[in-house]
Design a protein around this ligand. Sequence first.
Ligand code: SF4
Length: 349
Amino acid sequence: MTINRRISRPIKIGDVTVGGEAPIIVQSMTNTDTRDVMSTINQVKELEDAGCEIVRLAVPDMQASEAIKSIKKGISVPLVADIHFDYRLALESLKAGVDGLRLNPGNISEPEKVKAVVKAAKERDIPIRIGMNAGSMPKKVNPELNTAQQMVAAAMEQIELLESLDFDLIKVSLKAFDVPTTVEAYRDIAGKIPYPLHIGITEAGTPRTGVIRSSVGIGTLLYMGIGDTIRVSLTTHPREEVVAGYEILKSLNLRQHGPVLVSCPTCGRTEVDLVKIATEVENELAKIKKPIKVAVMGCVVNGPGEAKDADVGIACGKGRAVLFKKGEKVRTIEEKDFVKALMAEVEKF
Ligand code: SF4
């Protein structure tokens, strides 16, 4: 089954297309001190290696905006400057060669300041994300509206300001911690504007709960066809955000990225330490970039059937396992060789 995506008006962040029929882009944000150029470059490279396609960084002061120039020289992935409160940081980031801006209408709302940023962005063809957050709404929002409606109204006001300046390199996000609020806001604005949408659940939490919250929110929107780029916000190293982002897209068949691991939940039929085996296989698969479906199943009763879609798999019995390739039995392997034999078959693939 394919998902019918909302086709938005594409924009370019550096050489990456966001929107239109382009693949849904996975992005993340550095958590280094942007002024520390080397640490930031190293983390951006680490994110890029994990598959991150756009990296955002915080620009809290002038020194940070000036650092962008040096950071850009050390990386190849497009960079977005995250600006709050001081529009002059946006102007300086543009001068430093940033590929995109994120402005929060909740804290840069004075039209004259926004106009100055839009003028400078327009001169350089640099897109602006209007990034609403439920926790930092403009003061003058209508209190009779619910949170989702308030976010949409505030974003629409900012979009209209940018459009009045003949600027359309726009991307929009409307993030809340609350999943139904986020979904309602995006669903509403998706029908009102042609621009690409950056989707995510803000401050989703630690990996344990944040991945689930993000998956439910981002997954619901993606299944509705909404979303051109995603960020999973997690309280951990940002590399994990990229991994989670791809897992969400892979689970909806929207992107292929590295291996998919199918493993059974174990039950009373399991006669091996399947948790250990599956974890070892998962760690080995993390080193592989190509798409392949691998199955690690706990018994020979249901294992082969449940793993039949996998490219390579094992169905484990007591001390031995049957190795499968494309659903066909290859041979029987000993417990000490489970991971090694499976990975050898994966490598051949
Ligand atoms: Fe149990 Fe076998 Fe199913 Fe695993 S594959 S959960 S061991 S029945």
